[in-house]
Design a protein around this ligand. Structure first.
Ligand code: AVJ
Ligand code: FE
Length: 434
């Protein structure tokens, strides 16, 4: 984006915004109005809240802040401020109805395009490389992934459609990749749409480690389940053990045992647990317990990023595992193109320089690290994006899932959540020190 002229940058940005809106529309038009306003889980907002919240953030940042235009609906700022109302309370608020919410986001988008057409794309950090537009594009895509998770929690007939995933294409792969000790450049100071928590770039020393070539599969995970892993406290942290006991958790979310067989529900369809797919809908605690049962541990965040970005030949850190180019469909399972992770080995063209597969796409990967600011972190453009979440309460996830758009993931991208959360599209891979 740094290289694009202003006109090309405008076009690129407009296309990214439009793609996000098409996806929001798919997710919200797939269900009837009653379903849009219903709360499908106390962990989630009604879909109609997400939709108007997308518009509200766009109004605040693009229309008012960058564009300097008059507010459209200052009266609803508070309703759609995520910090004012916890998700569980959102259905009781006097929210915009489905028709009003659709009209509102459309009006905001018209104004935002007007601003994009006239804004100077240099000068301030918000307009440089159209950052504010990139931030809002990513914000909409993040909520689209959240809405996709709401769809997964919703009961009833399947309403979303997508093509089948590619089969395994890779030949036999080593179980793990060994990474020698040394420094690499972590984070970024140049990625145009990188968010504050990815910045700045900084040298990090990483001790020698080994990391799994592939994410942990359902088949792998089933061995842990069948060997009584959920009933043996020795694999679990104190907090993890307390959590699975208190909630009587015995398998990943959406799994169900019937006699000798395990089934899972996937967007309204019941199917046998697919042994070759990365396991998904596990909490950090479950990931950690599996890793200790396997004699390993979760990778730290620097280990994960080094495995993904470090090129041992040039010594550089790449934007993506495969290089600096945006993801292609044969490199990563992203963007809700498929409604599930692909089998392991499906994306040999997406492997990193070190030979690690499927780091981007398929499933978010829990790391062992707390969410914290990098050395030199400065909150931008608002403290509530990242900074207020720093600390031991949130664990970092990396790499994006099948439900993450290409605009909202890259080698430096950091996601975070509570260690008990399982409704997100999260899996993991293991690592160990050598
Ligand atoms: C980065 C996915 C943790 O959904 O809470 C959405 C993204 N921030 N609106 C979230 C976000 C504000 C955030 N995550
Ligand atoms: Fe938001």
């Amino acid at each position: 984006l740094h290289q694009l002229g202003a006109e090309r940058l405008r076009e690129h940005t407009a296309r990214a915004l439009t793609r996000a809106r098409e996806r929001s529309r798919t997710l919200t038009d797939a269900v009837d109005d009653e379903d849009l306003v219903r709360q499908h889980s106390r962990l989630m907002s009604p879909l109609v809240w997400d939709l108007a919240h997308i518009g509200s953030q766009e109004e605040i940042w693009l229309v008012r802040d960058v564009g300097g235009r008059e507010p459209l609906r200052p009266d609803i700022d508070d309703l759609y401020d995520a910090f004012q109302h916890p998700r569980a309370d959102r259905p009781t608020l006097p929210l915009l109805g489905p028709a009003e919410a659709r009209a509102y986001v459309g009006e905001v988008r018209d104004k935002a395009f007007d601003v994009l057409g006239t804004a100077r794309l240099t000068g301030s950090r918000l307009t440089e490389t159209a950052f504010a537009f990139g931030m809002i594009t990513q914000h909409e895509q993040q909520h689209d992934e959240t809405m996709l998770a709401t769809h997964q929690l919703r009961r009833g007939e399947p309403v979303l459609r997508a093509g089948p995933t590619p089969p395994r294409r890779a030949g036999p792969l080593p179980a793990e990749v060994r990474v020698p000790a040394g420094t690499f450049l972590m984070g970024t100071s140049v990625e145009p749409w990188a968010l504050d928590n990815e910045r700045p770039a900084h040298e990090v020393h990483v001790d020698a480690f080994a990391i799994d070539t592939l994410p942990v599969t359902c088949g792998d995970y089933l061995e842990f389940v069948e060997s009584g892993g959920y009933a043996q406290s020795r694999w679990w942290s104190a907090a993890g053990w307390e959590y699975v006991r208190a909630h009587e958790i015995v398998a990943p979310r959406f799994w169900r045992r019937e006699g000798e067989r395990w089934w899972r529900r996937r967007f309204g369809v019941d199917e046998p647990v697919p042994p070759e797919e990365p396991v998904v809908h596990v909490s950090f605690h479950e990931a950690q317990a599996y890793a200790s049962w396997a004699g390993k541990r979760l990778p730290t965040e620097p280990e994960w990023e080094k495995a993904a970005r470090f090129d041992p030949v040039s010594g550089r850190s790449r934007r993506f595992p495969w290089g600096d180019e945006e993801p292609r469909a044969d490199q990563a399972n992203l963007g809700q193109r498929h409604l599930r992770p692909a089998p392991v080995g499906a994306y040999p063209d997406g492997a990193s320089a070190l030979g690690v597969h499927q780091l981007i796409g398929d499933v978010w990967e829990w790391t062992g690290s707390d969410f914290r600011g990098y050395p030199g972190f400065t909150a931008f453009p608002y403290r509530e994006y990242s900074e207020v979440f720093f600390g031991p309460d949130h664990k970092v996830l990396r790499g994006g899932s099948f439900g993450t758009d290409i605009a909202a993931v890259r080698g430096t991208f950091r996601n975070w959540d509570y260690p008990i959360r399982r409704q997100i599209f999260a899996g993991f891979r293991c690592a160990r020190s050598i």
